[in-house]
Design a binder for this molecule. Sequence first.
Ligand code: SF4
Ligand code: SF4
Length: 251
Amino acid sequence: MTTRINLNNNYDIKIVQNINEIPKNIYDINKLKILNILKANKFVFIVDFSTIQPKQYKKLLRKLLRIKKIFVKLKKQIGEQEESGITVCYIINYDKDNKVQNDFILGINAIFFNTRHERYNYIYDTVCDYLDSFFYGKNLCDFKDNKCGEKRSANSTSYVGCCHHYKIKLLGPLLPNNLTLCEHLKEDHTCGAKCIGCKLFTCDYLEKKGVKFRIKDILLLDTFFNPLQKYFIKTMVFTPKEKIIKRLMRT
Ligand code: SF4
Ligand code: SF4
């Protein structure tokens, strides 16, 4: 029985159980050679999860993105138009509960956006949702009486977490700097900025609990951004999403 995974932009992936359900003349993702594919007029590919290893995912996704860009440039057909959508890919030996395989499928989805801005927006939101859901309902920072575990000993009765930063006083370095609450922190102590750099941040307290996020462990970030963009993603804390995406587009 064939089922589908709907991607954005009316594309889809067909999940098959049997190799006989796969049409002839489609490309095995393991054997993609850009020169061979250039001769084709249509691009549909197959992913057999039993034949690819997670350590290959980044390289394969980058190659797929290059091929897709070439097809767009040459105005060649991407996928097979069907009633329900445009099938770009068949997958076999897929385990729907396997997070690593599902991350690879998110990567395929990212590739078939029309513009780089749309792709970055999708990746940004998807990673933020993942990070939010990781923390949701767990109180990993152990907030108690408005103070998190790391700052428990702070001498303050108001909110103390990591949403503070130093503001340099206009009168110059002779005056002590002001530690102020981030302007994006809302009254309910949620973030109004959707700042991915802040979401990726983990202090010593969290790291001791085994919670640490590295860009190289998040397939979407590791695959689709260059080293400088990764640097900005990590370091642009206290910054709203729109500003970060703008920076990534210029890099
Ligand atoms: S990440 Fe660390 S410093 Fe920030 S709120 Fe959580 S426990 Fe506190
Ligand atoms: S931008 Fe960062 S520091 Fe500011 S509220 Fe959001 S998470 Fe906190």
